[in-house]
Design a protein around this ligand. Structure first.
Ligand code: FES
Length: 366
């Protein structure tokens, strides 16, 4: 039960700042302060972001849009970024990243959640989260931005990759972006096309927006593309800026085709898959200093996966090197960035566990 409305709870963020300083100085415990604040409103916290579920709407067969209103601690968020959403199950707190498809100045945001086969958290969110419930969120992260120069834009999305691009597209059109924009969404089945009604309404309202769908697991109808993205298809799609989002294979295909066609350096991408393990794995010794644990490891998998395989639970978010939640200090040894192949060996250097593989024996502050 709330003693004050959420709109008033949101406005308390600034007046509560002195309490943050007292907590930082060790005079108060943040958990105790939060207990008192929750009595005023279940979403009120000193520092953490909590949000009330205002609405839920299925936007595809396997995708739910959750409309939330955040407390006053969600600052500087942008549509197209991602945010960690936490839920406790059987006493264990689980977190996953979801894209912000809309962000408003009054704290209203929208997240789109796709059902993942075998995904415990997505199933819980899709089936059990109710209107009025309060959820905890992390900080927003992600660097995708709408191009600033007013030239034609090509948006390529596969699966849930539509969600950050939709957030950017909605805002750009609302601001009056007038250059041609083409959006291609690739899905396996027609029923997985997300936000179709809204996209068609946007296209009717903004003649500069062209929509295309590609089906990789069902016969295509007239006007739809059949099969996965290819260089030939990419060549048919206009645009001078490319924003691409989806699983790693899709993103790599788009990047390679765009660059091979010499279509310029204006390319932004995000992949929802963790980086691929390296070939030719050797055996190494892993030292987890704070846990006082030693283990045999390999040079192919990320340190995040290897720490988890050894029973540790490092903090993490996106698992793709974007959110920095898994950052940890390298104490000794050398690691390789799984995305670029770059080597890092400076003791005391922060590394992201999800994209770093050992390159020999390593010790990390975990
Ligand atoms: S989990 Fe997000 S950067 Fe590693």
């Amino acid at each position: 039960m709330a003693l004050i409305p959420l709109s008033l709870a949101r406005r308390l963020a600034r007046p509560l700042q002195p309490l943050c300083a007292l907590c930082a100085g060790g005079w108060l415990r943040e958990a105790d302060v939060d207990c008192w604040l929750r009595l005023l409103h279940p979403a009120l916290r000193l520092n953490r972001v909590c949000a009330r579920v205002d609405a839920r709407q299925w936007v595809a067969d396997d995708m739910l849009a959750l409309r939330l209103r955040c407390n006053g601690n969600a600052r500087g968020w942008r549509a197209g970024q991602h945010v960690q959403l936490y839920l406790a199950q059987d006493g264990v707190r689980h977190g996953r990243s979801y894209s912000l498809t809309a962000v408003a100045a009054d704290g209203r945001v929208e997240l789109a959640i796709k059902r993942q086969p075998g995904g415990r958290l997505s199933s819980l969110l899709l089936e059990r989260v109710e209107v009025g419930q309060v959820l905890e969120l992390g900080e927003a992260f992600g660097e995708l931005r709408w191009p600033a120069d007013g030239r034609p834009v090509l948006l390529l999305a596969a699966g849930s990759g539509i969600t950050p691009l939709l957030g950017l597209l909605r805002e750009a059109l609302a601001r009056g972006y007038a250059a041609p924009v083409t959006l291609l969404h690739q899905v396996r089945r027609r029923a997985q096309r997300a936000f179709v009604d809204e996209l068609q309404t946007l296209a009717a309202r903004h003649p500069n927006l062209q929509l295309r769908w590609a089906l990789s697991g069902e016969p295509a109808l007239p006007g739809e593309f059949a099969g996965r993205l290819s260089d030939e298809r990419l060549a048919e799609l206009p645009g001078e800026h490319l924003l691409v989002c989806g699983p790693r294979g899709f993103v790599e295909q788009a990047q390679a085709g765009w660059q091979a066609a010499g279509r310029g350096a204006s390319l932004q991408w995000e992949s929802f898959s963790p980086p691929a393990p390296l070939d030719g794995t050797g055996t190494v010794r892993l030292g987890f200093a704070r846990s006082r644990q030693q283990a045999a490891g390999n040079t192919g998998q990320s340190l995040l996966e290897q720490a988890e395989a050894n029973g540790l639970r490092p903090a993490h978010g996106c698992r793709q090197g974007i959110c920095a939640s898994c950052t940890c200090t390298l104490l000794a040894g050398e690691v390789r960035d799984l995305r670029s192949g770059a080597l890092f060996a400076e003791p005391g250097q922060p590394i992201r566990l999800c994209i770093s593989a050992p390159h020999g024996d390593v010790e990390i502050d975990l």
